[in-house]
Design a protein around this ligand. Structure first.
Ligand code: COA
Length: 339
């Protein structure tokens, strides 16, 4: 016999998902450019002009990824006005999980008391949140899930080498979350596209600490667990792929870049954001940037930015919102929503 809940879910099938609530959280600790000037040979002028970053949040000893993920998720659930027990899916996008096993998603689930959800992690670096939105949208459309929580959460500072000036100025810590449910009146997620190309794996990677180079005293001393980055090469691929995939979702939904009211690109670098906006020919007034305050928080960057935009009243009902990302893997993607 089919239960009431199943009947309702079947009726909802083929309905796109909408974001019903968002949240964000980050460590209190802040690392400014002035702090970095004392740690490596760099300057506020260099960091600001090359990246746009002024400060980034940095976790203290004892703080861990799921703490911030749970805080962000609680806000998203509360704002969506649902009960944690109604959440059917928890996707945590992270490359800095609490531990290898179990998934950070399961640890978050336990803290939230969302005991009927399926929970897992996605490792798609800075594109993880958009990968999560894409999967959650499909599971909601299929009727399998009614409410889904998608979280991007990172404590990148654990994998940053604070003697390497080419990476340590860029990354920050934080978490952002979105609670999705069935959309009404043709609103919600209109189009999604996600891609990856593993041939560029070594443009941004952490060579040691896994099964290929297991962690030993030597690998730790050699810093093999730290992020290594070919910034220059990444820059070009990032601009091209974010612009291309943004055009794809706009085409699919039958819109032009001109129609977009808010564009939130992954906050990697102000120069990347400016170059993508220029390629897409969108006015800078609709492009959101918080890179100065947060640095690059990988999978957390888009949900943190979205939560800030909602708080500032930058999104109105019916507005077209474009999200685009790029990250290690390499991975990239875009999601177009009607608010
Ligand atoms: N302070 C001062 N000098 C620095 C520096 C720092 N923090 N980091 C690098 N430099 C130096 C380099 O050593 C190099 O010196 P050299 O010419 O004497 O060799 C010089 O600056 C130029 O380095 P380069 O790497 O060519 O600079 P860039 O203009 O490409 O800027 C990045 C570097 C990392 C800011 C830029 O490449 C970038 O943003 N790339 C994308 C990174 C990114 O977004 N990654 C995440 C993807 S999700």
């Amino acid at each position: 016999m089919i239960g009431k809940q199943e009947v309702r879910q079947k009726l909802m099938a083929n309905t796109n998902a909408a974001i019903l609530g968002t949240g964000r959280a980050y460590p209190e600790g802040i690392l400014t450019n002035a702090d970095l000037e004392r740690m490596v040979e760099t300057s506020d002028e260099w960091i600001t002009s090359r990246t746009g970053i002024k400060q980034r949040h940095k976790a203290s000893e004892g703080e861990y990824t799921s703490q911030f993920a749970v805080a962000a998720a609680r806000q998203a659930i509360e704002r969506a006005r649902i009960d944690p027990g109604e959440v059917g899916l928890i996707i945590c996008a992270t490359v800095t999980p609490d531990q290898i096993l179990p998934s950070t998603g399961c640890l978050i689930q336990a803290e939230l008391g969302a005991n009927r959800a399926a929970a897992f992690d996605i490792a798609a670096a800075c594109s993880g949140f958009l990968y999560g939105l894409t999967l959650a949208n499909q599971l909601i459309r299929s009727g399998q899930t009614r409410y889904a929580l998608v979280i991007g959460a990172e404590i990148l500072s654990r994998y940053v080498d604070y003697t390497d000036r080419s990476t340590c100025v860029i990354f920050g810590d934080g978490a952002g979350a979105a609670l999705l449910g069935p959309a009404e009146d043709g609103r919600g997620i209109l189009a999604t596209r996600i891609y990856s190309d593993g041939r560029y794996a070594e443009q941004l990677f952490s060579p040691g600490g896994g099964t290929r180079i297991p962690p030993t005293a030597e690998t730790l001393a050699g810093g093999l667990h730290y992020f290594k980055m070919r910034g220059n090469e990444l820059f070009k691929v990032a601009v091209r792929s974010m612009a291309d995939v943004s055009r794809e979702v706009l085409d699919e939904a039958g819109y032009q870049a001109d129609d977009v009211k808010l564009f939130i690109p992954h906050q990697a670098n102000q120069r990347i954001t400016d170059a993508v906006a220029q390629k897409l020919k969108v006015d800078e007034s609709i492009v959101y940037s918080n890179i100065a305050m947060h640095g690059n928080t990988s999978s957390a960057s888009i949900p943190i930015a979205l939560d800030e935009c909602l708080e500032m009243g930058k999104v109105g009902e019916g507005d077209l919102v474009l999200l685009a990302s790029f990250g290690g893997g390499v991975t990239w993607g875009a999601v177009l929503l009607k608010w």
